[in-house]
Design a protein around this ligand. Structure first.
Ligand SMILES: NC(=O)c1ccc[n+]([C@@H]2O[C@H](COP(=O)([O-])OP(=O)(O)OC[C@H]3O[C@@H](n4cnc5c(N)ncnc54)[C@H](O)[C@@H]3O)[C@@H](O)[C@H]2O)c1
Length: 291
């Protein structure tokens, strides 16, 4: 029997795209699914689609940037299914992009609040709920290949995705002793509507230099690449496969391996330079501790 059967997953941004793909794949494993999304119309459509496929599903409105709304999701999930075993922090937006000098605070704030704080709140609220029953569980954070190497003209998106990779590494070390397995999903291009995330930008984050007008905008630069990306249905199945294998970094694009290899080689060579520096010879062989 699947290790997921009869357990419950909460998936943010689950109304379409990668979140819905993960919901379908986990639903096929007989998990109960809590879909949470800011887009209430799509949420109802997605929920109906899962129900028609025989999945037990609860749909809850959620803006991931609002911690109180996460608590409401947890309360409703427990009222319906009794326990939560997995949180998939998937909701994400492109954020503002273009040359550094034109990017405004409100555009940065939108990316930070959704892509970073949305993940932080998801874990902050759901991890205690998972710990409570003592059966262990999973935290799956959705970052991006952008979190594995800087993407030009997309500073906000890149920064938030790199942060999600980093905090996943931190949480993995923290939560393993509680039987909670942490993973970070790092896709490259997948056929979804991520290039059109402006549709989900609330009023308070509107900026004058928002995406559509400039040629380096997230929307303009990513649309073609996303449309040529892999089929979204693969991603959910890949997540199930990877969790079953106990993978921490979950990749969907093996052809992007060289991006990480080049970055690692550049970092290693920078360490070699430091090791050769006359200024640092006194600590070259010193033992170090990590917390
Ligand atoms: N599609 C790709 O090529 C790709 C590549 C790498 C990473 N990702 C990441 O995958 C995740 C899912 O994106 P996708 O490609 O499925 O895009 P998508 O735009 O198709 O889906 C995003 C979902 O998140 C929801 N959402 C947006 N803001 C929200 C908020 N504040 N609160 C709750 N829900 C919100 C949307 O309504 C939508 O249902 C994102 O974190 C994205 O950065 C996507």
């Amino acid at each position: 029997m699947s290790q997921f059967a009869g357990k419950t997953a909460v998936i943010s941004g689950g109304a379409e795209g990668i979140g819905l793909s993960i919901a379908k794949a986990l639903g096929e494993q007989k998990m109960n699914i809590v879909l949470a999304d800011i887009d209430q119309e799509n949420l109802l459509n997605a929920s109906a689609e899962l129900e028609a496929a025989g999945v037990s599903v609860l749909a809850v409105a959620l803006d991931v940037a609002d911690e109180a709304q996460w608590q409401e999701v947890a309360d409703q999930a427990i009222a319906r299914f009794g326990k939560v075993h997995m949180v998939v922090n998937n909701a994400g937006v492109g954020g503002d992009s273009g040359p550094i000098e034109i990017q405004e605070q409100r555009g940065w704030q939108w990316a930070l609040d959704v892509n970073l704080m949305g993940v932080v709140y998801g874990a902050k609220v759901m991890v205690p709920v998972i710990k409570q029953h003592g059966e262990g569980g999973w935290v799956v954070n959705v970052a991006s290949m952008a979190g594995m190497g800087g993407v030009p003209f997309s500073g906000a998106y890149t920064a938030t995705k790199a942060a999600v990779v980093a905090l996943s590494e931190s949480w993995a070390a923290e939560l393993t002793r509680k039987g909670i397995h942490v993973s970070v999903l790092c896709p490259a291009f997948v056929q979804t509507r991520i290039y059109d995330s402006e549709r989900n930008r609330p009023e308070q984050y509107q900026s004058d230099t928002a995406n559509t007008g400039n040629e380096n905008s997230f929307s303009n630069k990513t649309k073609q690449m996303v449309e040529n990306g892999i089929d979204v249905s693969i991603v959910g199945k890949r997540v199930v496969e990877a969790i079953n294998e106990g993978e921490f970094y979950i990749f969907t694009h093996p052809n992007y391996r060289s991006v990480v290899q080049q970055r690692s080689a550049a970092i290693d060579s920078a360490f070699e330079k430091a090791a050769q520096s006359p200024l640092l010879q006194h600590i070259v062989d010193q033992k170090f501790d990590m917390l």
